[in-house]
Design a protein around this ligand. Sequence first.
Ligand SMILES: COc1ccc(N2C[C@H](O)c3cc(S(N)(=O)=O)sc3S2(=O)=O)cc1
Ligand SMILES: [Zn+2]
Length: 259
Amino acid sequence: MSRGWFAVTGPPVWHKNYPVAQGNRQSPIDIIPHQTSHDPGLGPITLNYDQCTSINITNNGHSVVVEFEDPDDRSVILGGPLDNPYRLKQFHFHWGGKGCHGSEHTVSGNSYASELHLVHWNAVKYKTFGEAATAPDGLAVLGIFLETGDDHRWLHMITDALYMVKFKGSVTDFKAFNPKCLLPSSLHYWTYLGSLTTPPLHESVIWIVLKEPIIVSEKQLGKFRMLLFTGEEEDERIRMENNFRPPQPLKGRKVRSSN
Ligand SMILES: COc1ccc(N2C[C@H](O)c3cc(S(N)(=O)=O)sc3S2(=O)=O)cc1
Ligand SMILES: [Zn+2]
């Protein structure tokens, strides 16, 4: 099965405009659990999302994104490998085609159906998100794998809104959504230093990838595939799927395990 439009126009050519695509701390990576180092000094992560303020949901032409107000530390991730609290800015997903896999990180070469990324920025050290996004410790992205099985009891709150943002560039209100409902029961994780997985591919991300996937149904995932890469004004209608970058060279990096 062809990997489609993204696989041809996306990752393979990014290095032409973004030479950092061939850098030394690119993401995603293949995580090999028995080759990770267990670091007893690595504490648990804490997600303080109860005061978070979601704003909207948008189709940015390569994923569907829920954005949050971030004027203060109302919703942060802290602990684990992080020296400061990092503010929640947005979350988005990566997924495959029907029956294909779509996660960005893989585990011993195996990929999951999809991957959720919760993007946070270091507002203690940097004045703006844009400044943090180019700094080596500027961003912290929490990665959560999605595996197919039963319906996820809360994901419908997102999939029910997707018809409103079918086209690239569309946006609609999306208030009072707390992403805590998308977490698995365990917060055990792997962590390593990496990058954004889409342009501008800045090497500014401390990755925290949860070991336990959440379970969503094929029907729920299928609703993501009704989104389009293309805008309403364009003639072509290109289904948004397989919007994942394949694993990148580890280049000697250490992957640490919380336990
Ligand atoms: C000006 O520099 C910028 C820096 C970052 C961004 N972003 C958009 C990226 O698509 C992107 C990809 C992320 S992923 N898949 O979690 O690695 S996170 C993220 S973003 O929201 O930070 C835009 C401009
Ligand atoms: Zn992502």
